[in-house]
Design a binder for this molecule. Structure first.
Ligand SMILES: [Fe+2]
Length: 338
């Protein structure tokens, strides 16, 4: 971009002109754009209006001090996440504490060590970028997960419980953080394709006709298609598509067998079946945890990956012995996984 508008923009709020110039030079040299204001009120106004990526905020500003500016920025939804580094000549730790309590992300003392100051700028901006991406991704995933639950009311909270179980089993099976994240997203969204299946079929109390089953069996394929535009879909779309496959090759939609089934889909298929057994469904009443575990043992190597089935039974039994509710709630899992 010729004007460098893709470079991050830093607002310098500093009343000392020599310091303003020094900071501007340092930032320019490090590849950032910057602009400066000289008092607290202007700083507040510029932070709201100019959409900087970061503010270097002096505490001892005229008109409104930096701590008050910081609190005001944190109280406004438009700037609640704006990265703020407080800059001050005061060296006592109570000032540092007051600054961080006011909502600053970091704190730099004058006179600056230039390399340290720029390292802090980079680190705060990096964290802000990661957070923004995560909030965006979480928001979309959580909204879609809510859409499935709104459509398929009897399974309320099913997806969240499932994400909790899946996370627990995935950890136990030794998945890496990135794969755990994909697993949790896959668990939350596994039934998203039910949006494309008629309500009459989803809530039918009696057995489904052959035609109705055909429509029901489309949901993993519809789900995969819905999830495809999401960032990092490659990590969880295969889970959505294959969560009804069976170890013996008798599942759907692709009749995959054994280790052909993506690992995350084997996990979600297993915990999905477990959760379905222990909760009421339109077509039958809930059964006990003991009965569910027995069923999982019986179907290990038939419907389920035998090693995962063994690990999962162990997890649930240990949780029961220790008086814990098996699985952690899905949104906690989501936070833990990213
Ligand atoms: Fe499903």
């Amino acid at each position: 971009m010729p004007l460098g508008l893709d470079r991050e923009l830093v607002l310098i709020a500093e009343d000392d002109l020599a310091n303003q110039a020094l900071l501007a030079r340092l930032l320019e040299r490090a590849g950032y754009r910057s602009f400066a204001v000289g008092d607290g009120r202007e700083a507040l106004h510029a932070a709201m209006e100019e959409h900087p990526d970061l503010i270097l905020l002096d505490i001892g500003l005229p008109a409104m001090n930096g701590l008050d500016v910081c609190r005001r920025l944190r109280a406004d939804p438009r700037t609640v996440a704006l990265p703020i580094i407080l800059v001050t000549g005061q060296t006592e730790s109570r000032h540092v504490v007051a600054g961080l309590d006011a909502g600053a992300d970091d704190f730099v003392r004058k006179p600056y060590d230039e390399a340290e100051l720029m390292a802090r700028v980079r680190s705060v901006l990096r964290l802000a970028r990661v957070t923004a991406e995560m909030v965006g991704a979480h928001g979309v995933i959580a909204a879609l997960a809510n859409a499935v639950e709104a459509k398929d009311a009897p399974t309320e909270l099913h997806c969240q419980r499932l994400a909790g179980f899946a996370h627990q089993l995935g950890m136990r099976a030794g998945l890496e953080p990135q794969d755990l994240k994909g697993l949790v997203f896959g668990a939350l969204l596994h039934d998203i394709g039910k949006i494309g299946v008629s309500d009459t079929i989803l809530t039918k109390a009696g057995p489904l006709t052959a035609l109705e089953w055909d429509a029901m069996r489309q949901h993993p394929i519809i789900g995969e298609r819905i999830a495809e535009p999401l960032a990092s879909a490659s990590r969880f779309a295969p889970i959505i598509r294959s969560h009804h496959e069976r170890w013996d090759g008798q599942g759907y939609p692709d009749r995959l067998q054994g280790e052909q089934i993506p690992f995350g889909a084997r996990i979600v298929g297993l915990v999905d079946a477990y959760d379905a057994i222990i909760h009421d469904r339109p077509y039958r009443a809930a059964r006990t945890v003991g009965a569910a575990l027995e069923e999982i043992r019986r179907l290990a190597g038939v419907q389920f990956d035998p090693e995962l089935a063994r690990l999962f039974v162990e997890i649930v039994e240990r949780d029961r012995e220790e008086g814990r509710v098996p699985g952690i709630r899905g949104l906690e899992a989501l936070r833990a996984a990213v």
